[in-house]
Design a protein around this ligand. Structure first.
Ligand code: ACM
Length: 262
């Protein structure tokens, strides 16, 4: 299976320019089965007000951006995961949507909001794993990276590939996420954005890691590009790290009660 990232600079408040950039990048891609785009790809990130966050949001059922993703998936016979500034009634969520050749499949809403996101978005609930035939897809968004519990739950639910749209401003996740790939024995794709919005500089270096935590591909800090690698999904279904150790079955859940207390 061929999985990858699309690293670009979405344009704050200018969806059409972002779509034009994506069109240019998709034109450069060979065959791929599953590609991941950055966080809040339909809106940009660094809102100046709640009003700007609101005006740049979209309901999934009425989203120009999701319809665009659906058209790309249908034309290229692939699946896309993208960050989306999602409106639902009077609320906004920092979401990731999964779209495929037959249209919208499902969504995840970011659980752990970062800095000023707390002023605009409601935190989500639920960690879905969605089966697309070639693999089972889990999703996390950006700052979720620092919470190992979320990655582990996706492993327990059977994720083979965790798609991680990001707008990282710190340089740590690109090193930490491959460790989550290793400890859970699944593949990870962090699709980070590049560029600058106001005083925020995004750190690029989108990364694909394998089940041993090896970095299979990493972009530079600033380039707009698509990166794709071939992976063997069957490897993510064997959780044995030695003949006598299985990273899920060997857990001592009787000792982890403290994790469930707030
Ligand atoms: C982040 O969660 N966008 C850093």
């Amino acid at each position: 299976m061929r999985i990858g990232f699309v690293q670009l600079a979405p344009v704050l408040g200018n969806r059409q320019t972002t779509i034009a950039r994506l069109d240019r990048l998709f034109a450069s891609v060979g065959a791929a089965d599953l590609l991941v785009l950055p966080e809040l790809c339909n809106s940009g990130y660094h809102f100046s007000s709640r009003q700007q966050a609101w005006e740049t949001s979209e309901e999934i059922s009425d989203s120009v951006f999701v319809r665009y993703l659906e058209s790309v998936c249908a034309a290229r016979n692939l699946y896309l995961v993208s960050g989306l500034n999602e409106r639902d009634g009077g609320d906004l969520y920092n979401s990731a949507v999964l779209v495929g050749p037959r249209g919208y499949v499902g969504r995840y809403r970011k659980l752990h909001l970062f800095m000023d996101e707390k002023d605009y978005f409601r935190p989500g609930d639920g960690l879905p794993v969605l089966d697309i035939g070639a693999c089972r897809v889990g999703m996390l968004v950006c700052f979720d990276w620092i919470f190992p519990e979320a990655w582990r739950i996706l492993a327990l639910k059977g994720a083979d590939v965790v798609c991680h749209p990001a707008n990282l401003v710190l340089p740590f996740a690109q090193r930490a996420v491959p460790v989550h790939a290793l400890t859970n024995r699944f593949y990870t794709v962090t699709a980070n954005r590049v560029g600058q919005e106001g005083d925020l500089v995004f750190t690029g270096c989108s990364t694909i890691a394998d089940i041993q935590g090896n970095v299979l591909l990493q972009a530079s800090e600033s380039e707009e590009r698509v990166g794709v690698v071939d992976v063997d999904v069957a490897l993510a279904r064997d959780k044995r790290i030695t003949p006598r150790n299985d990273v899920l079955r060997d857990r001592r859940t009787d000792q982890y009660e403290l994790l469930l207390r707030g």
